[in-house]
Ligand binder design. Structure first.
Ligand code: GLU
Length: 457
């Protein structure tokens, strides 16, 4: 890997030795190594004059999940064939609360991806200010093209194993790519049936069985609130800004919606088939149509171009070639590489906010930083999703339900607080803010403090 934030020679040497160890202990897990590298490159300089963290091996312990559970998920498809997938739950760090993090169903899911996501989640959850540890789970199951009954049978089989490892004070999963309200409903129903307990074991639940208002909107809205805070910090705003959004799931559609609500123009969205471009900026009607297409009809983004004359579809391409002021990658990990970052920079992008988890490759992050593009890292930008999940846990424990106005206000305040902690820990000489450093250090401090208090565990 290339350049780091590590400056002096001794710190650089410690960092390199540490990363060699991480690579050696995690062969064939490039995404996980990448996530640790990104955090450690900012934490080593921070702890250079704090020997206690070295003596007590805090970073070594943080890079080792407390527990990784892998299990068989057998299910029967509509044709009567028996199918077998692999499921996992990575219980990464419980220093500051029960493990918390989503479940991803996607054919690309493997242990490396879930460890990267669980590691990131630990720092993200700490940034929210709520008592949540970090975890992540999923299966290498492809929901695309599956019937509702196949999805139900898969979710029930997945929970039939997972139930023994989770609980409202142990580990509280939620959704992620491929897991939304439908899947959470099936899994919650199966948990309740097996255990005979009605508890807040999952978040992202339906409104009639303990779900929180605003959870669906939270990640996308939160990402734009965070972006607004970054712009506000330099005396600017979302008003009149053109924004590239990738993806077309829950995060992307709600990010686009909030951009438009705040007076910006959302120009693009995408899926694995290509991207759509609306030079006029999407209207609320178009965004709602896309939400319906993806959530209910489970269609392809290309269909939007057939429905609306001012929307153009570009097959097998990503939106990063379109000129805009802001980019909010909201699809998946490593969706912006160094070359794509160079195109964005050449086209004059001023701010990149990661709404997906780790969507920018290290070379892209480095290019943005070198070019002076404001860069908002995922663990801060997209923390609003898990933040409202934390509020769902509170509502479930207290058996109460807050309304949308209260929750939107809480989300907005949470995103401002996260932004301000990143500013506090991310200041650089000359007054610039390194949000990557700020998010990593602010997330690290709280988890590290708890681990120090617990002794050698
Ligand atoms: N999967 C989401 C994330 O990456 C949300 C997790 C949750 O709500 O627990 O943060």
């Amino acid at each position: 890997m290339s350049k780091t934030n590590v400056s002096d020679a001794k710190t650089q040497e410690y960092f390199e030795r540490y990363m060699q160890g991480v690579e050696k202990r995690n062969p064939g897990q490039p995404e996980f190594v990448q996530a640790v590298w990104e955090v450690a490159s900012t934490i080593f300089p921070y702890i250079a004059d704090k020997p206690i963290y070295h003596e007590l091996q805090i970073l070594e312990r943080m890079a080792e999940p407390e527990r990784v559970i892998s299990f068989r998920v057998p299910w029967t498809d509509d044709a009567g064939n028996i199918r077998t997938n692999r499921g996992w739950r990575v219980q990464f760090n419980s220093a500051i609360g029960p493990y918390k993090g989503g479940i991803r169903f996607h054919p690309s899911v493997n242990e490396s991806i879930l460890k990267f996501l669980g590691f990131e989640q630990t720092f993200k959850n700490s940034l929210t200010g709520l008592p949540m540890g970090g975890g992540k789970g999923g299966a290498n199951f492809n929901p695309k093209g599956k019937s509702d009954l196949e999805i139900m049978r898969f979710c029930q089989s997945f929970m039939t194993e997972l139930y023994r490892h989770v609980g409202e004070v142990t580990d509280v999963p939620a959704g992620d790519i491929g897991v939304g309200g439908r899947e959470i409903g099936f899994m919650f129903g199966q948990y309740k049936r097996i255990t005979n307990r009605f508890v807040g074991v999952l978040t992202g639940k339906g409104a009639s069985f303990g779900g929180s208002k605003m959870r669906t909107e939270a990640t996308g809205y939160g990402a734009v609130f965070y972006t607004q805070n970054m712009l506000g910090h330099v005396g600017d705003s979302m008003e009149g800004k053109s924004v590239l959004v990738s993806g077309s799931g829950n995060v992307a559609t709600h990010a686009a919606e909030k951009v438009v609500q705040l007076g910006g123009k959302a120009l693009t969205m995408s899926d694995s088939g290509g991207f759509i471009h609306c030079a006029d900026g999407f209207t609320f009607e178009q965004i709602n149509w896309i939400k319906d297409l993806k959530e209910k009809r489970r269609g392809r983004i290309s269909e939007a171009a057939e429905e609306f004359p001012n929307i153009k579809f570009h097959a097998d391409a990503k939106p990063w070639g379109v000129a805009a002021d802001i980019a909010i990658p909201s699809a998946t990990q490593n969706e912006v590489d160094g070359a794509e970052a160079a195109v964005l920079i050449a086209n004059g992008v001023k701010l990149v906010a990661e709404a997906a988890n780790m969507p920018c490759e290290p070379a892209a992050v480095e290019a943005f930083m070198d070019a002076g593009v404001m860069f908002g890292p995922a663990k801060a930008v997209n923390a609003g999703g898990v933040g409202v999940s934390g509020l769902e846990m509170s509502q479930n424990s207290a058996r109460i339900s807050w309304d949308s106005v209260q929750l939107t206000q809480m989300l907005e305040t949470m995103m401002k607080n996260i932004h301000d902690s990143c500013v506090e820990f991310g200041g650089e000489p000359g007054g610039k803010i390194n949000y990557l450093k700020g998010a990593n250090v602010a997330g690290f401090v709280k988890v590290a403090e708890a681990m120090l208090a617990y002794g050698h565990v």
